[in-house]
Write a protein that binds this ligand. Sequence first.
Ligand SMILES: NC(=O)c1ccc[n+]([C@@H]2O[C@H](COP(=O)([O-])OP(=O)(O)OC[C@H]3O[C@@H](n4cnc5c(N)ncnc54)[C@H](O)[C@@H]3O)[C@@H](O)[C@H]2O)c1
Length: 441
Amino acid sequence: MTTTRSDIAPAEGKLGVLIPGLGAVATTFIAGVEAIRRHQAAPIGSLTQMGAIRLGKRTENRNPLIREFVPLAKLDDLVFGGWDIYEGDCYQAAARAEVLEPKLLETVRPALEAILPMPAVFDQNYVKRLHGPNVKHGANKRELAEALREDIRRFQNTSGAARLIMIWCGSTEAFRRPGAVHASLAAFETGLKNNDPDIAPSMIYAYAALQEGVPYANGAPNLTTEIPALLELSRAKGAPVCGKDFKTGQTLMKTILAPGLKARLLGLSGWFSTNILGNRDGEVLDDPESFKTKEESKLSVLEHIFQPERYPELYKNFYHKVRINYYPPRGDNKEGWDNIDIFGWLGYPMQIKIDFLCRDSILAAPIALDLVLFLDLARRCAELRDKGIQEWLSFYFKSPITPPGLYPEHDLFIQLMKLKNTLRHIQGEELITHLGLEYYD
Ligand SMILES: NC(=O)c1ccc[n+]([C@@H]2O[C@H](COP(=O)([O-])OP(=O)(O)OC[C@H]3O[C@@H](n4cnc5c(N)ncnc54)[C@H](O)[C@@H]3O)[C@@H](O)[C@H]2O)c1
């Protein structure tokens, strides 16, 4: 099936990347981009930088790099800014995070030192474990949103960026369900004036970004742009959104393995997942309210992949438990264990054990890069922009946002096919169905 090529504006000029939360993930992302553009390291894990895409029939041998197939911003064109509740520059934040080796950090030190966090919009009720001095004060949340909008405009002027993207790499906020104040843009704006406690800091950043026409990606699991108020604003301003919660570590493993078990119709009686991590993210998640947000996000994937309602003999009532334990000695080098109880032919039980000694921010940084570049592409492509939610970017998230009533697709391989077919679609190339009968005619 061939589609008509969409209009895509070229990626001219600089692309400004605005990041609320200049912690481990953000600084590993920024330092990595700097090292890669100096040819000191390779962009491993990034689909936009290293991935290829097959076009046409297998016999045509057309496999361009994705970055040559669609017009993406170049790494040299990225400029960074952001906010944090701590005052240190990005070099200090990266050194504190202890993800990257001091030797590598030294080589990119001037670029990181030049990025100073702007004062943050912060609310202790949403992140109980952190206390920082670099915060904005205002009479109400509306004033705070206005102050962020000014920051965005100022950054655009001083950096000379032609276009901007905002990506939340801030701490996981306390769990909230959508409520009346989130139900429409009008209700949300009244809530900003009235300081409604259900408007989280992340929502104020997203509101400010979308009002400025800036696309917004959510790297954390907290409730932000999936509320009707901000989805309405996203479409009205032509500023796409995507999220939420970067799919790294244990959940990445889950969404790789679970589709395989399901494909072979192997049953599941239980999946126990536990993690130890010792970075600041782990400290924040040690608070039950922030953990609840993360837990919901991590638990949702298996239900959707296994479809217990459709396959009750295999997946009904499987026991799924996720634990995260803050264990300082590990720093950012998390260890994720999974014990999976499965059953096969005639119901015979078997077990799978996974012990993933991963590096959280090393896995998250290329995701942040791809999201920034793809969201910028979506902003320049009228067909994608007008949709608001960018479901084709589900590939990167634990809890992909979908419109109400549409269940999210969690299977990593379906997500990748959706992403690549979206790229083929906007470039007017044939979609790949993998049918392949024509090779035997
Ligand atoms: N690393 C991963 O693999 C991964 C995967 C999925 C999601 N995440 C999420 O990404 C986020 C960042 O992770 P991290 O390891 O970099 O954490 P981190 O603690 O190192 O960095 C978060 C930063 O956000 C700042 N912050 C908190 N609230 C803020 C606010 N309102 N405005 C501005 N700054 C604020 C904190 O001061 C901190 O510096 C977390 O929410 C984490 O759960 C990370």
